[in-house]
Design a protein around this ligand. Structure first.
Ligand SMILES: *Cc1c(COP(=O)(O)O)cnc(C)c1O
Length: 400
């Protein structure tokens, strides 16, 4: 069981226990298998590893600091809180880690175009950045409704040279953008590659994206030994699709002393329909080519979901998280929109760090729990991104 928890999974077919796999039509399965084969060959070559690690260091700015939030810890009067500063990465979040991996893989595979969907535009901007750097054309599909909502990210993608495709069918949001992008990809899977934005979708994406993000936990492990001579007692991260969380957790899956906590959005409350707490309230099903926990109605249709953080409102979740929940290795819990807003303001005012609303869910957990834990306890909160993108919204919401 021990070794089942780390890099040993998924199985060759892409399963984490009963979750994951490839629930997709045969022609798409062939394309995914080709990506998997290439990835398994390329990722072990010294050339690929060297190029990726150079970029992590000199382009992204890794290792990202592990910062002791002294004032915050003192104010709360309990456990000591450390922040893993993924918000300081180039482009301001953890997504650049897997986008660079995917763009480099595309280059090594000789692909001529990288295709992806984006919701709020965060994945689109990170991918457009990586593609500009690597020198591969990039095509981002985005719902027209989202395009109108997310103006700064739309403009950034254009500046970075991405081709932006406006999707007007259906509800003109994320789900329609996914359908449209897959359709384009399937026109020429030999020359195109699809780049998924989290540890979701058909095999091999949950594995690949996890591998590229695992550097977060590797660094936390080294930094905690160097800074406080032990492993953390808790590693905490927010969970949307689950990429920043699995990145922070992977190095610790076999370290039984380290408690792992994933925080999902409870939105307006778990007793309302306005949340996105997939692992907490969903059930095992299928979505977007994978088996995982899903929030769905009686007819098996994905439910509309809500979070104050647009990067977290997804009715599915990574298959490895689904597996880790059933195993009991990770505790999945929630924070409401209100707790998240409070955490956003508290961290800004006590430490001078403005967190993304997504990351604020993990901060909210620390604010809630730290006062009840002994002073020797060390909590590492993965600060997945910075909150500049959310500043206007929060100011308006709070009347600042
Ligand atoms: C996209 C995003 C998330 C959610 O994605 P995961 O795959 O769950 O990590 C979290 N934080 C930030 C800052 C994001 O941009």
């Amino acid at each position: 069981m021990q070794q089942l928890q780390g890099f040993a999974l998924p199985t060759q077919d892409g399963f984490f226990g009963e979750y994951g796999g490839q629930f997709i039509p045969p022609h798409l399965k062939a394309a995914m298998d080709e990506i998997n084969t290439a990835y398994e060959q390329i990722r072990h070559t010294a050339e690929f590893q060297q190029e990726l690690s150079d970029l992590f260091q000199h382009y992204v700015g890794r290792p990202s600091p592990l910062f002791y939030a002294k004032r915050l810890s003192e104010q709360l009067g309990g456990a000591q809180i450390y922040l893993k500063r993924e918000d300081l990465n180039h482009t301001g979040a953890h997504k650049i880690n897997h986008c660079l991996g995917e763009a480099l893989l595309a280059k090594y595979m000789g692909k001529t175009k990288v295709i992806a969907e984006t919701g709020a535009g965060q994945h689109g901007v990170a991918l457009a950045t990586a593609c500009a750097l690597v020198g591969i054309p990039c095509e981002i599909h985005m719902g027209q409704v989202d395009i109108e909502k997310e103006h700064p990210n739309v403009v950034k993608m254009k500046i970075l040279g991405a081709t932006l495709i406006s999707v007007t069918r259906g509800t003109a949001t994320l789900k329609d953008a996914v359908d449209n992008a897959f359709k384009e990809y399937l026109k020429d899977p030999e020359n195109y590659i699809y780049a998924i934005g989290s540890v979701v979708g058909p095999h091999p994406f949950p594995k690949m994206v996890r591998d590229f993000q695992a550097i977060i936990g590797d660094e936390i492990k080294q930094q905690s030994q160097a800074q406080f001579q032990q492993l953390p007692d808790y590693v905490v991260a927010c969970v949307g699709g689950g990429s920043n969380a699995i990145g922070a957790f992977t190095a610790f899956l076999n370290e039984d002393s380290v408690k792992l906590v994933g925080v999902e959005p409870a939105g307006y409350g778990l007793d309302t329909t306005q949340h996105s707490a997939t692992l907490t309230l969903g059930k095992p099903s299928q979505i977007h080519g994978m088996a995982c926990y899903v929030l769905e109605d009686e007819q098996g249709q994905p439910l509309p979901v809500h979070s104050i953080a647009s990067g977290l409102d997804y009715p599915g979740v990574g298959p490895q998280h689904s597996f880790l929940k059933d195993l009991g290795r990770v505790e999945y819990t929630t924070a409401t929109d209100q707790e998240c807003l409070d955490a956003f303001m508290t961290l800004s005012r006590v430490e001078g760090i403005v967190p993304a609303l997504e990351s604020s869910h993990a901060v909210a957990w620390a604010l809630r729990e730290a006062p009840h834990l002994p002073k020797e306890t060390k909590i590492v909160v993965n600060l997945s991104g910075r909150g500049d993108k959310d500043a206007d919204y929060v100011a308006q919401k709070l009347g600042l």
